[in-house]
Design a protein around this ligand. Structure first.
Ligand SMILES: Cc1cc2nc3c(=O)[nH]c(=O)nc-3n(C[C@H](O)[C@H](O)[C@H](O)COP(=O)(O)O)c2cc1C
Ligand SMILES: [Fe+2]
Ligand SMILES: [Fe+2]
Length: 404
């Protein structure tokens, strides 16, 4: 095999999103996993932006480690990196902060601009000395000469230190992870057909546990009345209302007459019960999303957890407890804190059982109302299917009667 050739680029695409505001981010087309957990079917982007004022320049966020040279090359096409004045860090997670040490090293007078918590994290992750940091709080602003950056604290979107940066003259909102979507495709929102679905998946994975603060973040974003929302993952919104509308449902946990059914089955007994409850729910007019955990994409599950009113877990007993794939999915669903209200369980066991006992202990620590469970010894008999049908009817009734 010949050595892999490194291509040295000398011309990058640096779209100008508003006058003297450039996209200098990277597209990671081939990345397939995030946080060692979340599948990325369309890769992702690390959006970074360069703002050129009459007197000063600022870089808004940076890129994932490994893309530093690309970031440098892009900035060089606009202005010399060594003259950079400010590097704004909206979020300390390495997909955005990872190239900060590299840039600060090239730009001797550049100052890192971040929240107080962000400053602590910049020291913890990157050893940035205090004298190279400027701490900003809610409402502070920075004048670059004809370009004013205003800082808006937006904690827990996605970590405790997060903030938004608003470019006042151009009304561009740099919201970092908030309003993001994992995809390398497209540049503006109207380029990507299934963008709201991708944004919903991202919301489920990243923002759903912090819904309450998401609601506040949304209010702050709306008040700013941006012309463009420039998040750090995925396309920019030239139509902010599109994502505002979606977030206004998701951040209040608005649910549909919809049930998500993550299940696993080794010898089909649980699966046969699951099939019966699926048919029952559909016949009752309930939307059903079925995921076989042996091959499901947990990002899809996160997406459907955003607005499902009910969940049915199907798991056999394996070594005295739940099947590990079901245990993993239920634990994940719990920590993502979806707005679902009603739960049911279907299970099959060979001798002592134990899956349902374990599941019940987990569900007891949530606000879910457990509508019922069917636990069958071995394969299902006709009378077991009747019980499953009854459970399905009862779950459908609860879901339809729920007045949101
Ligand atoms: C690897 C393995 C471990 C199992 N462990 C238990 C167990 O600890 N207790 C029990 O009651 N049944 C146990 N069983 C039996 C299954 O729970 C039983 O076969 C059940 O009907 C399988 O449901 P399924 O067809 O949906 O996979 C085990 C089966 C397998 C294959
Ligand atoms: Fe993040
Ligand atoms: Fe991120």
């Amino acid at each position: 095999m010949p050595d892999k050739k490194v291509i040295h680029m000398n011309a990058y695409a640096i779209p100008e999103i508003s006058e003297n505001v450039f996209w200098v981010g990277s597209k990671d087309w081939n990345r397939r996993l995030f946080d060692a957990l979340i599948p990325l079917p369309q890769g992702t982007t690390y959006n970074a932006y360069f703002v050129k004022g009459n007197e000063k320049t600022a870089l808004i966020d940076s890129v994932n480690p490994g893309f530093e040279k690309e970031l440098e090359g892009k900035i060089e096409q606009i202005s010399s990196v060594k003259d950079l004045d400010y590097l704004v860090m909206n979020h300390a997670e390495p997909d955005h902060s990872g190239s900060i040490p590299y840039i600060l090293n090239l730009a001797p007078k550049a100052v890192l601009v971040t929240t107080e918590k962000g400053a602590k994290m910049a020291t913890m992750y990157h050893n940035i000395p205090q004298e190279r940091m400027m701490i900003v709080k809610q409402g502070d602003s920075l004048d670059l000469g004809g370009k004013t950056l205003k800082f808006v604290e937006a904690p827990w979107l996605h970590w405790p230190e997060t903030m938004f940066t608003f470019l006042e003259e151009d009304r561009v909102l740099f919201s970092c992870d908030f309003f993001g979507a994992h995809t390398a495709f497209g540049f503006y929102d109207d380029d990507v057909e299934d963008l709201i679905s991708l944004a919903k998946r991202y919301f489920g994975e990243i923002m759903m546990p912090f819904k309450g603060l998401g609601k506040k973040g949304l209010e702050k974003a709306r008040e700013l009345d941006p012309l463009i929302i420039a998040p750090s993952h995925g396309p920019l919104y030239r139509n902010p209302e599109r994502i505002f509308e979606a977030y206004s449902d998701w951040t209040v946990g608005k649910t549909k007459e919809k049930v998500i059914i993550p299940y696993v089955s080794m010898w089909n007994s649980t699966e046969n019960m699951v099939k019966v409850i699926v048919e029952t729910l559909i016949a009752e007019g309930i939307e059903v999303c079925l995921y076989n955990l042996a091959n499901a994409d947990i990002g899809d599950i996160a997406k459907d957890l955003v607005d499902s009113r009910g969940i049915v877990v199907g798991t056999p007993t394996l070594l005295g407890g739940m099947h590990p794939l079901a245990l993993n999915a239920v634990n994940l669903a719990k920590v993502l804190r979806p707005p679902f209200k009603y739960a049911a369980a279907l299970s099959s066991y060979g001798w002592g059982g134990g899956a349902l006992n374990q599941l019940q202990k987990i569900l007891e620590t949530t606000k879910l109302e457990i509508v019922g469970a069917v636990d069958v010894n071995g394969p299902c008999k006709e009378e077991d299917f009747d019980k499953v049908r009854e459970l399905g009817m009862e779950l459908a009734r609860k879901i339809k009667e729920d007045s949101e």
